[in-house]
Design a binder for this molecule. Structure first.
Ligand SMILES: NC(=O)c1ccc[n+]([C@@H]2O[C@H](COP(=O)([O-])OP(=O)(O)OC[C@H]3O[C@@H](n4cnc5c(N)ncnc54)[C@H](OP(=O)(O)O)[C@@H]3O)[C@@H](O)[C@H]2O)c1
Length: 341
């Protein structure tokens, strides 16, 4: 397996924070992907930092109850406040009767309350990067970003981000206040953002933070069929591409990932991460994927992928995969940027 000594840095946006070129997604520690060994998850946070990973991603909605993931990482954040960049998000609220049913709030009053709750749960005075998690089209974007800009002025937030926005929405928001980063799904399986928000971000000097860069684990080969292999409450059971006939068809698409990995003495996860990382060079913008893991061995494996550079032939072999994927990335695409483009 390819290993790593230290990890490179990049900047989020033209005046955003400097971060490691790979971050750590913390969502799975509290929600979505089955039971967590909490001690191992805490050790994974520490191991990530030892490896040079300085960028940690959470959201107020991650957890079986509101704020659970923010509270889970709070002791780590407190112990390393000056060494790390913490990103959290507002906008989604959960339905107490259905853990995967969400409503969206982008109105200024809601934003002002949400930031206080996140600050309190994280135990910090300022959030380094505050994202709008989803866009509520019933609220003018200028109003929402205006309220976010007020939080910067008040010192509660350092930098602003958006998640799952279109290129047009990014341009509008950036006109109200500089946006440091857009977080959207981007991987060998999910490339719908390349036509809209990626060129807009490159044009504006905004960084792209790809979420689910491992296709929620599917690209690693750790599962094939969500409905046959994963727990009843696993989020991936709701995703059309990981269930039913789509799952087996999509698993067959991983063959080039596996053969490149084998030829290099790497793992499929590392090849998948190297591909998304290399989009920085291909598309001309800062790209900081945030693979999620709760295991020390996996964070080591994932961090080591930052040292892999794929050849043109390897990139060409991986190129056709996304266009053949069967099934959407969410059951309801209305909340995504692709759903509004
Ligand atoms: N903005 C948004 O709307 C949004 C949506 C989803 C996620 N996110 C953020 O993005 C982060 C990453 O996305 P994600 O967690 O959904 O998906 P991901 O990073 O693509 O995949 C995570 C899954 O892969 C497994 N995994 C990680 N490294 C592995 C390896 N080397 N080998 C085999 N399996 C591996 C993890 O299991 P273990 O944990 O057991 O290792 C987990 O099940 C989240 O943590 C969250 O912070 C944001």
């Amino acid at each position: 397996m390819t290993s790593i000594d230290t990890i490179d840095r990049t900047r989020l946006g033209t005046d955003g924070p400097e971060v490691s070129v790979q971050g750590l997604g913390c969502m799975g520690m509290s929600w979505a992907y089955g039971p967590t060994d909490s001690d191992e998850a805490r050790a994974t946070l520490e191991r990530a930092l030892e490896l040079g990973i300085t960028f940690y991603d959470t959201a107020d909605v991650y957890g079986a109850s509101a704020g659970e993931n923010e509270q889970f990482i709070a002791p780590f954040v407190g112990a390393h406040r000056d060494e790390i960049v913490v990103a959290t998000k507002f906008a989604l609220t959960m339905d107490p009767n259905d853990p995967y049913k969400r409503t969206i709030r982008n109105d200024p009053d809601y934003i002002r309350g949400a930031v206080e709750r996140s600050l309190q749960r994280l135990g910090i005075d300022t959030i380094d990067l505050y994202y709008m998690h989803r866009r509520d089209v019933s609220v003018p974007l200028e109003e929402s970003v205006g309220a976010m800009a007020e939080l910067v002025k008040a010192g509660k937030v350092r930098h602003l981000g958006l998640s799952e926005v279109t290129g047009e929405e990014l341009r509008t928001a950036h006109g109200v206040h500089p946006i440091a980063a857009v977080q959207s799904e981007w991987s060998l399986f999910s490339r719908d953002i390349e036509g809209g928000v990626v060129p807009a971000a490159a044009d504006l000097g905004v960084a792209l933070v790809p979420y689910s860069p491992l296709g929620r684990g599917f690209l690693t080969g750790s599962f094939v069929s969500a409905d046959k292999e994963l727990a009843q409450d696993d989020f991936r059971r709701t995703q059309p591409r990981f269930t039913g006939d789509n799952a087996a068809a999509n698993a067959a698409l991983l063959e080039p990932v596996r053969s490149i990995a084998q030829a290099r003495g790497a793992t499929p996860a590392q090849v998948a991460l190297a591909w998304v990382q290399q989009q920085a060079e291909v598309r001309g913008l800062a790209v900081v994927p945030i693979p999620g893991t709760r295991k020390r061995t996996r964070v080591e494996e994932n961090a080591a992928a930052t040292r892999i550079r794929l050849t043109d032939d390897e990139l060409a072999a991986l190129e056709p995969i996304a266009s053949k994927v069967a099934g959407d990335r969410y059951a309801d695409m209305a909340f995504t940027s692709a759903g509004r483009e």
